[in-house]
Design a protein. Structure first.
Length: 474
């Protein structure tokens, strides 16, 4: 996302204005202070007119040369004062415009951060956006451990080759350590002139000016932002420091939110593993143990009751086949999700994996020429299909499942049907059934709806519809 800074710096406006001829600056204003110039020009003209009028009234009592000299001096003094006032006003306006531009850039940058879905992407984007906001040539983000040491050092503006030549990332000595230890902003015109500087390693690009600020979350410093070499200026300004501190606060929120989401995902994985472990113990392992006991009894019956032994052996084989199907079903649940950019192909592959692992008859119908969807919409459709497959095998004990995906009336529609046991959605849904709640949540996040049609003994149909714009959402 491009920030609104791809124009000459607003701070250069007073310098450019000073190079224009004075009359041109007065008669052809190019800054918002133009509204002040007409009254000042009128004031100059009034003073000069007053001097001339005074000379006329006084007649020959005032020498003409004195009148002319006084008028010239008054005009020059007025012009000098006017020019000084204009410059002050223009500089103030330029600084205000630059400040507003930076604050607008911070808002855009913060919004951009909120769209990232991975922690690493948030960290990298934070460095890039910091450079854009402050117009810095180089940038870096040091992610800190709990003990204050540097856990990760992410750079921007330095090529991959230069990073490899530089070698190991910094450990936090010198000026980097100052910001880490003191957790306060640091702004320098010349890095090498500061006695606390530890210098640069071989192959490191030369850097002069520095702006560093801590990234603080609820009173705890979680990282530090470092910007060097202000483009077009000798050093970073106080305004640069202020807007970077504001952006660092936004970045802290984005980083911690992403960390929290990662922790919640990890917790969900652990809970799911615990559930599957309990299911394995309570279901599959006990079933295998029961089959083993039955086979021991068959061994005793073979000599005296061969017919009964054969019947029990056939039953044991059937039970083992059922256990194999259950194991395959668990493998399908635990298998890593394979969602590619081609959603249609991903759904076909998902259905084939389900058929192979569950031995359930599976049919797929995916319409051609589907409209483009966003990443969130594709993920919602894919994961809903997978959840529906799992439920059909695990809870409904279905023997046949069908999947269809098509475009209907300005929306895309996914439908998964099975011929399983079915249930009454308003009565039979247990409070801990996360699968159906997850489907409904994904549908809402993608801007769509989810409908569940089921009855006891009549199978289940799950339908997700997501509206799409005529030109697609990408």
């Amino acid at each position: 996302m491009a920030l609104p800074i791809s124009r000459p710096s607003a701070a250069a406006a007073p310098e450019a204005a000073a190079r224009r001829p004075l009359v041109q600056r007065l008669l052809h204003p190019h800054t918002p202070s133009a509204s002040l110039r007409l009254p000042l020009l009128l004031t100059v003209a009034t003073l000069v007119t007053a001097v001339i009028a005074l000379a006329v009234v006084m007649g020959n009592r005032i020498p003409t040369t004195l009148v002319i000299s006084a008028a010239v001096l008054i005009a020059v003094a007025a012009i000098v004062v006017t020019t000084s006032v204009f410059r002050l006003v223009e500089q103030g306006e330029a600084r205000l415009l630059e400040r507003n531009r930076q604050l607008a850039a911070v808002q855009v940058a913060a919004t951009s951060l909120s769209t990232e879905r991975e922690l690493r992407a948030v960290l990298e984007r934070t460095v890039e956006l910091s450079r854009e906001i402050t117009e810095a040539r180089y940038g870096a983000l040091a992610v800190r451990k709990a003990d204050g040491s540097i856990q990760e050092f992410i750079t921007s503006g330095i090529s991959e080759r230069d990073r490899e030549l530089i070698g190991e990332p910094p450990s936090g000595r010198g000026l980097l350590g100052v910001i880490i230890d003191e957790s306060t902003p640091l702004r320098l015109r010349d890095i090498s002139a500061d006695p606390r500087s530890a210098g640069f390693p071989p192959h490191h690009p030369p850097m002069k000016s520095l702006l560093g600020v801590p990234v603080v979350w609820k009173g705890r410093t979680i990282g530090n932002l470092y910007l060097t070499d202000k483009v077009g200026r000798a050093s970073f300004s106080e305004d640069d420091e202020d807007v970077l501190r504001i952006f660092a606060a936004h970045a802290a929120v984005a980083v911690e939110n992403m960390r929290l989401q990662d922790e919640l995902r990890a917790l969900a994985v652990l809970e799911e593993r615990e559930r599957i472990g309990m299911d394995l113990h309570d279901g599959i392992i006990q079933s295998i143990y029961a089959v083993g006991l039955a086979l021991e009894a068959v061994a005793d019956d073979v000599p005296q009751h061969p017919d009964r032994a054969r019947r029990d052996l056939d039953l044991a084989i059937e039970q083992l086949n059922g256990i194999i199907r259950d194991v395959r079903s668990y493998i399908f649940e635990l298998r890593p999700t394979q969602l590619s950019g081609d959603l249609a192909a991903s759904l076909v592959n998902l259905a084939e994996d389900f058929r192979v692992n569950s031995l359930v008859e599976t049919s797929v119908a995916v319409a051609p020429d589907l409209p483009p969807l966003s990443d969130m919409q594709r993920a919602a459709i894919f994961h809903t299909a997978k959840e529906a497959f799992v439920n059909a095998r695990k809870h409904a004990r279905a023997t046949a499942v069908s999947l269809s995906f098509e475009s209907v009336g300005g929306a895309v529609r996914l439908r998964v049907r099975d011929n399983g046991a079915g249930f009454e959605p308003s009565l039979d849904l247990p409070s801990d059934h996360r699968g159906l709640r997850n489907m409904a949540s994904r549908a809402r996040e993608a801007g769509g709806t989810l409908r569940i049609d089921s009855s006891r003994g009549g199978g289940t149909s799950i339908t997700m519809e997501i509206p799409v714009s005529p030109g697609g959402t990408e």
